[in-house]
Design a protein around this ligand. Structure first.
Ligand code: HAM
Length: 449
């Protein structure tokens, strides 16, 4: 008698809640996942496993090791790392106070967290290049739509300690090769250089002068950040700001010789790798830590949320969060967007169909023999199921059909007497009596023939 009374209390888009009373205690049941989050159900998990296994193979081939960091960090890490005038920090973070009064944030991205870990464990001590990758959930409070969620998953890489443009080309190559390996065509790689601490201030001043003349056309946020962080205006999603940005000075016209040389080298290496690219001087990326190379890979058929990968170099970030001067470069791929693209093109193979056996039993003694046979089969890597609902023989035979079983092993009263199971090949309908102890050999042996 679980439910004494129930009443529906919420009909909004966001929640459907039911309140139940159990032993006079109110029990709240939330019937829908929160807006912008989604369940990955057993029928779909093979798609994720497919993509993740290709990622892991490729990372091994390129010499990248996996790193796992916590889902939440001290809020200060993201304020300092990503920049407090970015949309991600100013509008999209899931920040809360924990019971100890600390300000905690669910990671909106993982570059700052990987850098925190790199510093905390003094990985820089060995003077080596560290090539790291991760797969995991990120959280951003943005308006959900197709391809944009509040909890989403990223595969990302971070290379720390490598200043050569060859590292830029390598990470771009890794992202591009992943998409090609998965079968995607029609990719567009956009690249830009956004200079460094030497040349960016000159460009920044030019941008401020340009936008000061159009200040009244900018959204409130961009007016507020005009003098603090004018690059963010180029990245603003508001129509008025997009219009006002037409004709804005281009960063590539203000690069110093050193930045120009690095950008040329990256382009040369990409050409050598036969990776086509577009130089996109408007690409500034939405996070403050970038220097020099910035890039995005677009898959245009996805429409509004077509960026399946974004990344770039961040040579100042390690220092900004309190470490020794260390160059860094990386990217992150949005896995939901990548899966949407792969589904669109039917590029995800169906899961391999391993041999399936269904064991039908009548009575507890038969179950004893049945679970022993099941274990022998499982030990040999054969998928074997047995009834767990005490159903009738008829019900169990039906289930064998639903399971798409290749063999049904039947143990009824006659079989118990003879100590032999009736093994039925479901494809050709042939049935044979096989001693209990030989059933698993019979089934695995016949699969080899
Ligand atoms: P990001 O451009 O903010 O960069 O995100 C990278 C990718 O994550 C995007 O291109 C997109 O595919 C996916 N993504 C972002 N937000 C959402 C969302 N709300 N829903 C679904 N997918 C989303 C970064 O996060 C940097 N940490 C990348 C990086 C690594 N730069 C250097 N190292």
């Amino acid at each position: 008698a679980y439910e004494i009374a129930s009443c529906l209390v919420g009909f909004g888009d966001v929640y459907k809640r039911q309140v139940f009373f159990y032993e006079n205690k109110e029990v709240l049941r939330i019937l829908q996942a929160l807006r912008g989050t989604q369940d990955i159900l057993p029928d779909n998990i093979y798609k994720w496993n497919h993509v993740e296994s290709v990622i892991k193979e490729l990372c091994a081939l390129y010499g990248y090791s996996e790193i796992r960091t916590p889902m939440f960090e001290d809020t200060k890490l993201f304020l300092r790392g990503i920049g407090d005038t970015t949309d991600v920090v100013a509008k999209e973070m899931y920040t809360f106070e924990d019971r100890g009064g600390r300000s905690i944030t669910l990671r909106p991205e993982n570059t700052a967290a990987v850098v925190r870990s790199y510093l905390e464990h003094k990985l820089y001590g060995d003077q080596q290049v560290h090539k790291l990758f991760y797969i995991g959930s990120m959280f951003r409070y943005d308006r959900p739509q197709a391809g944009r969620y509040r909890e989403f998953h990223q595969f990302g890489v971070e290379v720390l300690g490598a200043s050569s443009p060859a590292a830029d080309a390598e990470v771009i190559n890794l992202a591009y090769t992943l998409f090609k390996t998965l079968g995607l065509k029609e990719l567009e790689l956009h690249i830009n250089s956004i200079g460094d601490y030497k040349c960016r201030p000159i460009y920044r001043q030019k941008l401020i002068e340009f936008f000061e003349e159009k200040e009244d056309q900018l959204c409130d946020d961009c007016q507020a950040r005009l003098h603090k962080n004018p690059l963010r205006i180029l990245d603003c999603k508001e129509d008025s700001c997009r219009r006002a940005s037409a004709g804005a000075p281009k960063i590539t016209d203000y690069l110093c010789d050193e930045c120009e040389k690095k950008f040329e080298a990256v382009k040369r290496y990409l050409a050598a790798l036969e990776i086509p690219y577009l130089v996109d001087s408007r690409l500034v990326r939405g996070l403050d830590y970038y220097t020099n190379t910035a890039f995005e890979i677009q898959y245009p058929p996805l429409g509004a949320q077509s960026a399946i990968c974004g990344g770039g170099r961040y040579d100042g970030l390690v220092e900004d969060v309190g470490g020794p001067s260390t160059p860094g470069i990386g990217f992150a791929v949005g896995l939901e967007r990548l899966l949407l693209a792969l589904e669109m093109q039917k590029l995800i193979p169906e899961p391999a169909n391993r041999k399936k056996v269904y064991i039908v039993t009548l009575g507890e003694d038969a179950v004893v023999e049945g679970i022993k046979i099941q274990q022998h089969l499982r030990d040999k890597g054969v998928i074997a199921e047995i009834d767990l609902q005490d159903r009738s023989i008829k019900g169990q035979m039906k289930q064998a059909g639903k399971n798409n079983a290749e063999y049904t092993v039947i143990i009824g009263a006659n079989e118990m007497e003879k100590k032999e199971a009736a093994v039925k090949n479901m494809e050709n309908g042939k049935q044979q009596d096989i001693p209990f102890l030989k059933v698993s050999d019979f089934i695995t042996g016949s699969s080899r023939q």
